[in-house]
Design a protein around this ligand. Structure first.
Ligand SMILES: Nc1nc2c(ncn2[C@@H]2O[C@H](COP(=O)(O)OP(=O)(O)OP(=O)(O)O)[C@@H](O)[C@H]2O)c(=O)[nH]1
Ligand SMILES: [Mg+2]
Length: 295
């Protein structure tokens, strides 16, 4: 059959036939829709923004995560393995990326989803947290380090000091890992900013240290851990050259460690107080506010 025959495909495609009109209408409407979905899928992030929750055992990490997940705290046990839960930023807290949106924008009413990765805090199980930091999940936005502020009070009872020492050692190691992430980066700009929130928990208890005091104590104790580690390395005959520079947290020299030094390695640290449990309910607004600022 020649293309010019009345029955040929070419004649039908240009003629006033009902089938031609239906096919043309379908293509006209479906093609842009399919292209939109293809492009939208390609652009949409595949992973949720996530925050890694770390801290010594008993500081209240699991309590915090379950409170954020279900809106009410529930009894917890010592965690043995990490767990990831999906939570939603309350619609009353505005994400940093939405701060210029209009009050009337309906997307503000939607609760933003995010992930919290709860890790065990027992000394022997901290490798899980370190593994997450060495090979961060794609959507990792920040780190929440939970500390029991009621057990590090300023009196000199030995158990209180042990808790502070343990927390400071753990925090020192984590901050050192973050510093190495920056110093060993291949690009001159360094890796993406990774903020750290130190959540001073259990402020409902009267023995608890307020956040600014806890910050000072932690800086002091971290300086001590750092000096002790350096002395240990020297005694072992290492650290004089090369390795000492890499394993020294913060700026070089004898000065005291301060959290603001971490800004130089793209890890701004903030200490914010709150409580998950308590007779007068929980107070977690400060922590939500910090999370929202990085979304
Ligand atoms: N008073 C008070 N107690 C709290 C608060 N948050 C947590 N707790 C208690 O602290 C204890 C330990 O809490 P968890 O959440 O299990 O601690 P964790 O950090 O997950 O500990 P690991 O899983 O061992 O790392 C529990 O008995 C909680 O009830 C708080 O804000 N105030
Ligand atoms: Mg736990």
């Amino acid at each position: 059959m020649a293309w010019s025959d009345p029955d040929s495909f070419a004649t039908k495609a240009f003629g006033p036939y009902i089938s031609t009109i239906i096919i043309a209408t379908l293509v006209a409407f479906l093609l842009p829709t399919l292209v939109h979905f293809y492009l939208y899928r390609a652009k949409a992030p595949t992973s949720l923004p996530s925050f890694l929750v770390l801290g010594p055992s008993g500081s209240g990490k699991t309590s915090l995560v379950t409170l954020f997940e279900s809106g009410k705290p529930s009894p917890t046990h010592i965690s043995q393995a990490p767990s990831t839960v999906q939570v939603h930023l309350p619609s009353t807290t505005r994400a940093g990326s939405s701060q210029y949106r209009s009050e009337n924008d309906p997307t503000l009413k939607q609760e933003k989803p995010l992930q919290l990765i709860d890790t065990p805090g027992h000394g022997k199980l901290r490798h899980y947290a370190r593994e997450y930091l060495q090979d961060p999940p794609p959507g990792l936005k920040g780190i929440i380090f939970v500390i029991d502020a009621a057990n590090v009070s300023s009196d000199s009872s030995s158990s209180a000091n042990e808790t502070l020492q343990d927390a400071a050692e753990y925090l020192h190691d984590i901050l050192l890992l973050l510093q190495k992430r920056y110093t060993s980066a291949k690009t001159s700009k360094g890796p993406k900013e990774l903020p750290v929130l130190i959540a001073a928990n259990k402020l409902d208890l009267f023995t608890a240290l307020p956040a600014p005091l806890l910050k000072g104590k932690l800086e002091q104790e971290i300086s001590r851990v750092r000096d002790a580690r350096a002395k240990g390395l020297m005694a072992a005959g290492m650290g004089e050259e090369g390795s000492e520079e890499r394993d020294w947290l913060g700026e070089g020299g004898e000065s005291k460690f301060e959290f603001r030094m971490m800004e130089e390695v793209n890890c701004p640290v903030k200490v914010v107080g709150g409580n998950v449990l308590g007779a007068e309910g929980s107070d977690v607004d400060g922590w939500w506010g910090w999370i929202a600022g990085w979304l």
